[in-house]
Design a protein around this ligand. Structure first.
Ligand code: CP
Length: 303
């Protein structure tokens, strides 16, 4: 038998823009495999060391990666920029190369600037997994979103997914767009002019809020206040009135349609607080689905 040794390129996960349907489906299938395991700990990666390097804050992504890594039995090193030599001016490149020299087998990384991860991956010899880079990509978030949709509807092909809100500043919107299109879904965007990304218009049309509600999935995005230049958001109340998923608007959704949001949620800005845990909301199940997805991605990096 000839042993298959996947290349570093096949094990890293920088984004979903160039990932084909077969590879996406294979990750979703593997996540279902891990989700079906009742044991909390399945130590298949016991002798592997993974560093979680977060240069930007996170709750869901960081902890679900750590949960996934620990469930697979790997040794986890958590790096927090605020408690590191980054505070003394050390660069991202030197930080990652430092951890690599110490012998990590893979790295999960979240960064603020765009383009740095792509460059890093050319110089680092261990697989890197993108945990969100600027407004570029957030591949594991989109994978868990796909997984949530697939669990709900059986298949993604033919679904209509409306992504509503701060498209311009959203890595979640971009990763979802690429993956949903690859799997044959119809994607619509809805955003105020100041939050539209003109370069994405050729891939998905911008529609009105009423048209956006006519979908199988209504995915609300967080208003990314931390990435805004002054003037993008005039008032939270005005935003809610024009683009928020209010209870009145949610009542117009199709009976089978679901609400999604990557979280953290600005309650009563992009979505009314009472909808966050409504029967048709999948916001907390999305977080739950993040663990088996990240188990599949970590395993793929270290196979
Ligand atoms: N959805 C998401 O990426 O959440 P965190 O910023 O908490 O990781």
């Amino acid at each position: 038998m000839i042993a298959y040794h996947p290349s570093l390129r096949d094990r890293q996960l920088l984004g979903l823009k160039d990932m084909g349907a077969a590879e996406l489906q294979s990750i979703l299938k593997r996540a279902a495999y891990w989700e079906a395991h009742e044991e909390k700990r399945i130590p298949v990666l016991e002798h592997r060391f993974i560093a979680n390097m977060f240069f930007e804050n996170s709750t869901r992504t960081r902890f679900s990666f750590e949960m996934a890594q620990k469930r697979l039995g790997s040794q986890v090193l958590n790096f927090a920029a605020a408690a590191s030599s980054v505070e003394k001016g050390e660069s991202v490149y030197d930080t990652v190369r430092t951890l690599e020299s110490m012998g990590i087998d893979a790295g999960v990384i979240r960064l603020k600037p765009i383009g740095v991860l792509e460059e890093l991956a050319k110089h680092v010899k261990v697989p890197l997994i993108n945990a969100g880079d600027g407004n570029n990509e957030h591949p594991t978030q989109a994978l868990l979103d796909l997984y949530t949709m697939q669990k709900q509807f059986g298949e993604i092909r033919g679904l209509t997914v409306s992504i509503v809100g701060d498209i311009k500043h959203s890595r979640v919107a971009r990763s979802n767009l690429w993956a949903l299109k690859a799997l044959g879904a119809n994607v619509k965007f809805c955003a105020p002019h100041s939050m539209q990304a003109a370069e994405l218009e050729e891939h998905a049309p911008y529609v009105t809020m009423d048209e956006a509600l006519d979908a199988d999935v209504v995915m609300m995005l967080r208003v990314q206040l931390e990435r805004h230049a002054e003037g993008v958001l005039k008032s939270a109340d005005e935003y809610r009135a024009q683009y928020g998923l209010t209870t009145q608007r949610a009542a117009k959704m199709k009976p089978h349609a679901i609400i999604m949001h990557p979280a953290p949620v600005n309650r009563d800005v992009e979505i009314d607080s009472e909808l966050v845990e409504a029967p048709n909301s999948r916001i907390f199940p999305q977080m739950q689905n993040g663990v088996p997805i990240r188990m599949a991605v970590v395993e793929r990096a270290l196979r």
